[in-house]
Write a protein that binds this ligand. Structure first.
Ligand SMILES: NC(=O)c1ccc[n+]([C@@H]2O[C@H](COP(=O)([O-])OP(=O)(O)OC[C@H]3O[C@@H](n4cnc5c(N)ncnc54)[C@H](OP(=O)(O)O)[C@@H]3O)[C@@H](O)[C@H]2O)c1
Length: 304
């Protein structure tokens, strides 16, 4: 199958490309600027905020399936620059979805648990979004845009994705391990509850939605809803770090630019019942994360 993946320099996009290539698909990654990941799959430079470039890149690749994880993902940066967030999250999705429609390609749009206000999580796929803040609002708008252009598309919502950092960019888990292994204290929210998600597992669920051309909303995330402090302590146990380095704080005390949902977990019953790729519980996710971390460090040491 010819598959095109946006955001292929990113955490989820890079994993999806590697996985689909290993399964024998013809994969084309789209990324901003030069390629920053390995792999034998194709790569095209394309800024998704340039609609003409997007149309040319996608239409010349003529994919049967488009997976769209690319996004402006830094929540506070979105709050500070709503115009850029709108361009990267809403208009870019419109450009991708427009080409998907023109080609008759199946679209899997990757979204977030932040479409919910976090007052009554965990949420299933039928729950009504109520986004707060610029990132959340633009991601919710992007879901609508994807559905308008490609009514049969899949919306794959995920949450707090972590893994060995793609192209060196930090993510929650990588930041945490990086600090704890140096013996640094870390502030973690004790009052934010999330479905933390191991990137390779998210990629497997997103890839399956593409391969099977499934539509509708899917919660493609970790199987357990935990506080960030709970996550951090569980990570310490698996990696052998000192849990006393974790300093529990309350979200409101951190005075961050963007609001964040407090109880924003996602229910995974639908994915459990209908996908082969299964959401992982926390212990299994962290064990796999630890293994990829050791392998990644090992490769870095050999190269230096
Ligand atoms: N990470 C999380 O905790 C989390 C939680 C919930 C939902 N999600 C969703 O999951 C999806 C994947 O996230 P991720 O963790 O893989 O994030 P990521 O590592 O930040 O990857 C996003 C990718 O999108 C690319 N991108 C942004 N603007 C672009 C533009 N104008 N043109 C071309 N490419 C552009 C970025 O390019 P550069 O590398 O050049 O910046 C980056 O490679 C996103 O849709 C996000 O909203 C993520």
């Amino acid at each position: 199958m010819r598959v095109l993946v946006t955001g292929s320099n990113g955490l989820v996009g890079s994993r999806v490309c590697t996985l689909l290539e290993a399964r024998g698909h013809s994969v084309m990654g789209l990324g901003r600027g030069p390629r920053r990941t390995g792999g034998g799959y194709g790569y095209v430079e394309c800024d998704l905020t340039r609609p003409q470039d997007v149309a040319e890149a996608i239409e010349s690749a003529a994919p049967e399936v488009i997976l769209h994880p690319a996004s402006m993902t830094e929540v506070d940066a979105c709050e500070k620059d709503p115009r850029q967030a709108y361009e990267a999250n809403v208009n870019a999705t419109a450009a991708v979805a427009r080409s998907a429609r023109k080609l008759g390609a199946h679209l899997v749009h990757v979204s977030t648990d932040y479409v919910f206000d976090g007052e009554a999580g965990p949420y299933d796929e039928e729950a009504l979004p109520n986004p707060r803040g610029v990132y959340a609002t633009t991601k919710h708008m992007a879901e609508q845009v994807a559905r308008i252009f490609v009514p049969g598309c899949a919306i794959a919502r995920t949450a707090v994705v972590y893994g060995w950092p793609a192209a060196g960019r930090a993510n929650f888990g990588a930041w945490l391990v990086g600090a704890l292994e140096k013996g640094q204290r870390v502030n973690l929210f004790e009052d934010q509850f999330v479905s933390a998600s191991f990137a390779d597992s998210v990629a497997a669920m997103v890839a399956e939605l593409g391969e099977r051309k499934l539509g509708g909303i899917w919660n493609t995330c970790g199987a357990e809803v935990v506080s960030r402090v709970h996550f951090g302590r569980a990570l310490c146990e698996v990696f052998g770090f000192d849990p006393a380095l974790i300093n529990p704080v309350r979200l409101a005390d951190m005075k961050l630019a963007s609001p964040r949902p407090l109880r924003s977990g996602l229910k995974v019953d639908k994915v459990r019942a209908r996908l082969s790729a299964q959401p992982l519980n926390l212990a299994e996710s962290l064990t796999r994360f630890h293994a990829t971390w050791k392998a990644g460090r090992g490769t870095e040491e050999k190269q230096s």
